[in-house]
Design a protein around this ligand. Structure first.
Ligand code: DGY
Length: 321
């Protein structure tokens, strides 16, 4: 029987995915229950041909430079690749694949969840009921912001941004967007394009951040950009925490300049800026964008499809470098 390729699997992925891993690969598993750090990644990949990783593992240029010679592919269980230095991987001849498409709907769904939860004060309402502080229906209790018919600005009109726009049309929202490149007319779905991100912001009763994290958009939403939003705007982020300057957003949530926020991602997660914890007008989730059974299985199978193709000498379906 042919020798199975050796791979390092950095996390416990969903059961159906792990079953396929164990069937088809000589898999080195991580049963520590912890995210492997740089030293563990380097030492545990000794003798491996590929790595099946998650977005929590950091593949800096330093880590990539220290990977054993035999490692030729990093297949990440994520669409985002800001945890991998792609240039360093390319320079070492290591291929990198990700998981586009399959998480678009789940992530767009959770964007809408955040829009609604932030605008309709879901955190305050839920807590009131659980803590038995609800004394009865009240005409002025927890009045929120109407979502239907408002203007939604989408920063980053890739697959997920477009799926958010489709959902927003179900709420009769007027969609505005900024993207590095304007979409072809037939894909705009009536959304209004703004050439610059700063030009988009004054049109956002709601701002949804859906752009990939890059060095250029680090702390995109800072104090100056928040000032460009209409007073009382709502901000949601399902992309990456690094696009938001947390101190600036927290100050704006306290002053009321930003009425509410819905955040699924955080700079430095899982250690979030503690300033968010005591705010009533922010709805917080622990990076659940793609967390449905169907989507997480599909993401895992996509990683495995890429690994399978690699070891069969076929072109990689989701190759980035
Ligand atoms: C991704 O795929 O980049 C998500 O953030 C993890 O689901």
């Amino acid at each position: 029987m042919a020798k199975k390729p050796q791979i390092f699997v950095t996390q416990q992925f969903p059961d159906a995915v792990m079953a396929r891993v164990e069937r088809d690969y000589d898999a080195r598993l991580n049963d520590t229950g912890r995210v492997p750090d740089a030293e563990e990644i380097v030492s545990r990949t000794s003798g491996c041909d590929a790595i099946f990783c998650a977005p929590t593992e950091k593949f800096t240029a330093d880590v990539i430079g220290r990977l054993p010679e035999g490692v030729r592919l990093i297949a990440t269980f994520s669409v985002g690749v800001d945890h991998i230095d792609l240039a360093a991987a390319k320079a070492r001849g290591i291929a990198v694949t990700n998981t586009p498409d399959v998480l678009t709907d789940a992530t767009a769904d959770i964007t809408l969840l955040l829009i609604l939860a932030a605008a309709r004060r879901a955190y305050e309402g839920e807590r009131m009921v659980r803590e038995d502080r609800w004394v009865g229906w009240d005409p002025k209790m927890l009045m929120g912001i109407e979502v239907t018919g408002k203007r939604l600005g989408i920063l980053g009109m890739g697959r997920i941004g477009q799926a958010v726009a489709r959902r927003a049309s179900g709420f009769s929202m007027e969609v505005h967007y900024h993207n590095r490149k304007r979409l072809p007319k037939d894909q705009e779905q009536g959304a209004i394009y703004h050439e610059t991100a700063d030009g988009l912001l004054p049109h956002c009763d709601f701002l949804s951040i859906n752009a990939p994290a890059t060095a250029e958009n680090y702390h995109f939403l800072n104090q100056q950009r928040i000032a460009l939003l209409p007073d009382g705007a709502v901000v949601v982020n399902t992309a990456r925490g690094t696009l938001v300057d947390d101190d600036a957003l927290i100050a704006a949530l306290k002053s009321g300049k930003i009425a509410a926020a819905g955040l699924d991602v955080f700079e430095g997660e899982p250690r979030i800026n503690p300033g968010y914890r005591n705010l009533e007008n922010v709805f917080l989730l622990p990076h659940l964008g793609s967390a449905t059974i169907e989507t997480r299985n599909a993401m895992g199978f996509k990683c495995l499809d890429n690994l399978d193709a690699f070891f069969a000498g076929r072109p990689l379906p989701d190759r980035l470098v």
